[in-house]
Design a protein around this ligand. Structure first.
Ligand SMILES: NC(=O)c1ccc[n+]([C@@H]2O[C@H](COP(=O)([O-])OP(=O)(O)OC[C@H]3O[C@@H](n4cnc5c(N)ncnc54)[C@H](O)[C@@H]3O)[C@@H](O)[C@H]2O)c1
Length: 349
């Protein structure tokens, strides 16, 4: 697929599906030709807002009729697998929102379908595109920190994401929604495989607010080469936080250390009569109307790689391993015991 306009269909016309659609519409090498949502009103609403000709409430019908090259799968965390398998059957390349899948069976069925369909698939684990993380990762790759010994990553959300934003939060978890980014980032930094995980979780606060999902996980990851990392993922940070995410990160090597505070950077502070905020200038900001944040760059890179033929920045085995590690973390938290990660037949990535 080189040189031509990429014809994209969107499945999932919710908050993030609209973001995908706007990015592809603005990209000179792609065009959204149809959108689909099982909620017909959402599909038609997005199509009319963005001037897209066709909308569907059945993705099979869209895949059959629209002559697409690729599809963006932007449905809730647990609803990616069947759509991806159908897309692969129709020969469509795909950008799947994170996580790849939330069950072991789905992970392997998706890999089989994508392989059999000879299509390309990327999962939007976008933290690799975050400027501070990318710069830090380059230092690690250049050997400036020596061999990584330990790592720590906190990636928490304000409570309202679980209580008000995502109608399906109880069918997902902070580990799928944000922990998948943490696992991907730590694997990428250590450039090594997670062999064993140990996690302890705490529940109750969100349940009391009517959302039946775990509040927080504190997890230890052990890497094959001896590195160890801690991950903190919670969905219960106070709603008054100046930023939706709370992101702290440190890696310590035998020659140096890097720390990142990506949420309370204080580069810009806004004070009004009501509150103080730290506006986002990193993730989803716009400069002269141009979507400049790294969450947008990650989506754009899907089109860039389809056109250039270059590898995606996140491989399918990478994202499959992230899902299998998250499943091991959940099992560990349930059993209150360390769990060895079982990668099955996945060997590379
Ligand atoms: N990368 C990021 O920064 C980022 C940000 C937000 C969300 N996400 C991810 O994007 C995905 C969607 O999140 P969202 O916030 O847009 O959710 P949302 O609830 O706003 O939208 C999901 C849409 O999918 C539709 N849908 C569900 N099942 C469907 C099916 N089988 N066929 C067609 N449509 C179906 C729903 O009707 C809904 O309109 C999730 O996986 C989430 O983790 C990623």
């Amino acid at each position: 697929m080189t040189g031509s306009e990429v014809r994209i269909g969107i499945v999932g016309a919710g908050t993030w599906g609209e973001t995908h659609a706007r990015i592809y519409q603005a990209h000179p090498a792609s065009k959204v030709v149809a959108v689909c949502d099982s909620n017909a009103g959402r599909a038609s609403g997005l199509a009319s807002r963005l001037g897209i000709d066709s909308w569907y409430d059945d993705y099979e019908e869209m895949f059959t009729k629209e002559g697409l090259d690729s599809v963006a799968i932007v449905t809730p965390d647990f609803a990616h697998a069947e759509i991806a398998i159908a897309a692969a059957r129709h020969g469509l390349h795909m950008l799947i929102e994170k996580p790849l899948a939330t069950t072991r069976d789905d992970v392997f069925r998706m890999i089989d379908a994508i392989t059999a369909g000879e299509v390309r698939a990327m999962v939007d684990l976008h933290n690799r595109f975050s400027p501070p993380f990318n710069v830090a990762r380059q230092s690690v790759a250049d050997g400036e920190l020596g061999e990584l010994q330990t790592g720590y990553m906190r990636l928490n959300d304000a409570k309202w994401v679980a209580t008000d934003l995502l109608p399906w939060a109880a069918q997902s978890s902070i580990l799928w929604f944000l922990g998948s980014h943490s696992v991907d980032t730590l694997r990428w930094f250590f450039d090594d495989e997670v062999t064993r995980v140990y996690s302890v979780s705490r529940s109750g606060l969100l349940k009391g607010l009517g959302v039946d999902t775990v509040d927080s996980y504190l997890t230890t990851l052990e890497f094959a080469g001896g590195g160890i990392a801690h991950m903190e993922n919670g969905w219960i940070n106070p709603n008054a936080m100046p930023n939706i995410n709370d992101i702290k990160f440190t890696v310590v090597g035998d020659k140096g250390m890097i720390s990142i505070d990506a949420s309370s950077h204080n580069l810009i502070q806004k004070y009004t009569e009501e509150k103080v905020t730290v506006p986002d200038v990193l993730v989803r900001d716009h400069v002269f109307g141009y979507p400049a944040g790294f969450a947008y760059q990650s989506i754009r890179s899907f089109v860039d790689s389809l056109v250039s033929g270059e590898d995606f920045r996140v491989s399918l085995p990478d994202s499959a391993k992230v899902s299998l590690i998250v499943l091991a973390i959940m099992e560990s938290a349930k059993k209150r015991q360390p769990v060895e990660v079982d990668y099955g037949v996945i060997t590379t990535g």
